[in-house]
Design a protein around this ligand. Structure first.
Ligand SMILES: [Mg+2]
Length: 230
C-alpha cells in the first residue's frame, strides 16, 4: 500500500465520525501575508510599542511574527496588548485583501458544508480579517462559525483551546465530534488538548516532518484528499 492510500484511509477513519471540521485560516484557507509581509506587520507593532515609551520591551519582544509578538506581550506587557492588537488587526485586514487563496480551499469548505458537517474557521488572526476575507471570496454562507482572535484574546491563542471551545459551542458540537485541519504544530497541540484529532496540512516541504513530530494524526500535502473524503 502506498503512503498516499494509507493517508486516505486514515483521513476516512477520522472524518467519518466527525460532524464538525475546524479549519485553521492562515495556511489552509489562504496565505494571509502574501501582499503584506508578516515581518512588516510585526515591525509596525514594534514601532507602536516603542512610541508608547517601551523601547526595552520592544527589544525583548523582537520577532518577525506579529502573532508571536502578541503572545509575548500578553505575558510581558499586558498593558500594551489592546493597542498593539489593534495595530496588528488593522494590518491583517489590509493583508487579507491581497492574500493568496489556498488551492482547493473553496472546494473543501463547500464540500464540507454540503456534507451536512459544520465548518468552523479557528484562527489566531483577527476575527474581522477572517470575516473580510470570507465575504470577499463568497464564503460567508458555507462557514458556520468563525472563532478567531478578538481584541482580548491575545493570551489565549492556539495552542490554547479557547478558540476551539468557542467554535464547538457555536455549532453545538462536542470535542469528540470535531477535528481540526491546520498547518502548525500549535494547531496539533490545540486539537489534542481539546480532545480532537488533528489533520496536518503540510503546504511547505519542512512542515510534513514538523507536523508529524508534533503528533498530527495524519498529514496531507494537499487539501484535495480531505475534500474527497468528506
Ligand atoms: Mg496556519
Amino acid at each position: 500500500m502506498t503512503e498516499h492510500s494509507a493517508d486516505q484511509r486514515r483521513l476516512r477513519e477520522i472524518l467519518t465520525t466527525k460532524s464538525c471540521v475546524m479549519l485553521d485560516f492562515d495556511g489552509p484557507v489562504c496565505a494571509v501575508f502574501t501582499g503584506l509581509a508578516a515581518s512588516t506587520v510585526a515591525a509596525r507593532a514594534l514601532d507602536a510599542i516603542r512610541h508608547a515609551g517601551y523601547a526595552d520591551l520592544a527589544q525583548r519582544c523582537e520577532t518577525n511574527d506579529p502573532l508571536e509578538l502578541l503572545s509575548l506581550l500578553a505575558a510581558d506587557g499586558p498593558e500594551l496588548v489592546e493597542d498593539v492588537e489593534a495595530v496588528v488587526r488593522s494590518s491583517e485586514i489590509e493583508a487579507v485583501s491581497s492574500a493568496a487563496p489556498t488551492p482547493g480551499a473553496v472546494e473543501l469548505i463547500e464540500r464540507c458544508h454540503a456534507s451536512g458537517r459544520s465548518l468552523c474557521i479557528v484562527s489566531n488572526n483577527a476575527d474581522s480579517a477572517v470575516s473580510a476575507y470570507l465575504a470577499e471570496h463568497g464564503l460567508t454562507d458555507p462557514v458556520d462559525a468563525i472563532a478567531a482572535r478578538r481584541p482580548d484574546d491575545a493570551t489565549y491563542l492556539k495552542p490554547d483551546t479557547r478558540l476551539l471551545q468557542r467554535a464547538a459551542e457555536a455549532t453545538g458540537t462536542s470535542p469528540a465530534a470535531c477535528t481540526l485541519v491546520g498547518d502548525s504544530p500549535s494547531d496539533v497541540k490545540a486539537a489534542h488538548a481539546f480532545g480532537a484529532p488533528a489533520i496536518g496540512y503540510a503546504n511547505k516541504p519542512d512542515k510534513f516532518e514538523r507536523l508529524t513530530n508534533a503528533g498530527a494524526d495524519t498529514v496531507t500535502e494537499q487539501l484535495k484528499p480531505i475534500t474527497s473524503t468528506l
